[in-house]
Design a protein around this ligand. Structure first.
Ligand code: NAP
Length: 163
């Protein structure tokens, strides 16, 4: 299983229920990396997506404790057990955890690869994830050159779980 996220230099991922920055290159990377794959997100992240519906060209799972929750282009699961059962139908496919913080923090340990876009600034986040650099189970295996867009500099990095 994989995870994909953009973080600022405090490991912040969001503010006021939305993203921290508009980075077209990072959005393109996200789209290209997750297209045709299975994505898993929390209910709050789903509600930030256009039309509050699942992403096109992907198999979408949304996690909520609300038994009545419904959303277009999404399968809804209500617990971790229900999620694992659903994901067992996709054993031959790439699965991506796509947020938000509750979901990243709960599931990153179950991932083999973490795609982390690192923004070189403190963007005043109010929502944070675990600092993967402090987790001895993961190593950085790739770091891109810096990219600057909209006055914000970032790098693509990849972490892998130690064998
Ligand atoms: N920078 C990035 O790459 C990135 C990516 C995605 C999101 N974000 C940001 O992250 C923020 C949202 O993150 P968040 O932590 O507030 O919300 P979230 O993780 O998207 O969703 C949390 C919700 O998921 C459901 N949930 C969590 N654990 C569950 C479990 N064990 N069983 C069943 N349901 C469970 C609950 O839904 P119910 O309340 O419906 O029960 C919970 O309220 C936003 O600011 C968003 O823009 C950033």
């Amino acid at each position: 299983m994989n995870l994909i996220v953009a973080v600022d230099n405090k490991w912040g991922i969001g503010r006021d229920g939305g993203l921290l920055a508009d980075l077209p290159g990072d959005m393109k990377f996200f789209r290209e990396t997750t297209s045709g794959k299975v994505v898993v997100m929390g209910r709050k992240t789903l509600e930030t997506l256009p039309g509050a519906k699942g992403l096109p060209n992907r198999i979408n799972y949304v996690v909520t404790r609300n038994p009545k929750f419904k959303a277009k282009n999404c399968s809804v699961v209500h617990s971790e057990d229900e999620l694992w059962e659903a994901l067992s139908m996709h054993l031959d496919e790439d699965i991506f955890i796509i947020g938000g913080a509750e979901i990243y923090n709960r599931f990153y340990k179950s991932c083999d690869r973490l795609y982390v876009t690192k923004i070189d600034a403190d963007l005043g986040a109010d929502t944070f994830i675990t600092n993967f650099d402090e987790d001895e189970d993961f190593d950085i295996v790739f770091e891109s050159d810096p990219i600057t867009e909209n006055d914000i500099t970032y790098r693509f990095t990849t972490y892998e779980k130690k064998k």
